[in-house]
Design a protein around this ligand. Structure first.
Ligand code: COA
Length: 257
């Protein structure tokens, strides 16, 4: 399977996905989104892939947003269709059942910030900048940004960032919970790999189930959310993975998942 706008490589069970349009700061055009959709499907369905790292090519940008040259041409119908297609790709990434880390190596603006938010963990380099500048273009975030940002940092900060449209530093992104960790630029991919390697020691079904409980539970009342948790908890009990995990603990050895 070939890609023109992505680099896709699987090493040690980790899919490395790099958006590769550095001359356009990795802006998301239709081709990038189509290829990201295919890459995401592979991540979701190939058993040999146990996690993924998403980053941008070049020293400047993770992804500087949807391609404004394309946006400039669109009317209401293709605009909505493009938003729906982009949302579906990001949703598939979010629901792929394996941990996906955004390694944010520079500008993460508009669709870039939205793409990072659809990942499960965000590690940023010190020089990263985040923002939802769509209002400056007369639109609003269309790849789920109005919804995910409010869920991630709360309504007040989401309103501030989306209505202001400016950039924030990696340090501020860390302070408000938009990113999990900030590291030196040279350490970014190593840290993302380390994090996935740590996660990879745990049961893959348990990881997928945890991601599902957190994701789906957030859309429910607390009472319904804990009900869902109990249901998923039950589904994991008695599985070979649970038997191996508990047996390994009792035998004082590392589990083999
Ligand atoms: N869509 C299309 N092209 C983009 C782009 C985007 N979102 N972001 C950057 N580019 C292109 C620029 O047009 C330029 O192309 P050119 O060399 O052919 O003129 C190239 O990438 C480099 O960008 P440039 O603006 O020259 O770099 P800079 O360092 O001066 O500024 C940014 C960097 C990120 C601040 C600036 O590019 C920017 O504001 N981009 C748009 C961000 C945005 O609004 N995203 C949300 C879109 S919905």
């Amino acid at each position: 399977m070939t890609y023109q706008t992505l680099l896709f490589d699987v090493r040690d069970g980790i899919a490395f996905v790099t958006v590769n349009r550095p001359d356009k700061l990795n802006a998301l055009n239709d081709q990038v989104m189509e290829e990201l959709g295919r890459a995401t499907e592979r991540i979701a369905t190939e058993p040999a892939i146990r996690g993924a790292i998403l980053t941008g090519a070049g020293p400047k940008a993770f992804v500087a947003g949807a391609d404004i040259a394309v946006l400039a041409q669109q009317g209401p119908f293709d605009g909505k269709a493009r938003a729906l297609r982009g949302q579906a790709v990001l949703r598939r990434l979010e629901t792929c059942g394996k941990p996906v880390v955004a390694a944010v190596n520079g500008f993460a603006l508009g669709g870039g910030c939205e793409l990072a938010m659809a990942c499960h963990l965000r590690i940023a380099s010190e020089n990263a900048k985040f923002g939802q500048p769509e209002v400056k273009l007369g639109i609003l975030p269309g790849f789920g940004g109005t919804q995910r940002l409010a869920r991630l940092v709360g309504r007040g900060l989401a309103v501030e960032l989306i209505l202001h449209g400016g950039h924030i530093s990696a340090e501020r992104a860390l302070a408000i919970g938009l990113v999990n960790e900030v590291v030196e630029p040279d350490a970014l991919l190593t840290r993302a790999r380390q994090w996935l390697a740590e996660c990879g020691k745990n049961g893959p079904r348990a990881l997928a189930a945890s991601l599902r409980a957190i994701r789906e539970g957030l859309d429910l009342s607390l009472a319904r959310g804990i009900e869902l948790e109990a249901q998923i908890f039950g589904e994991l009990c008695g599985t070979p993975e649970m038997i191996e995990g508990t047996t390994a603990f009792l035998q004082k050895r590392e589990p083999k998942f």
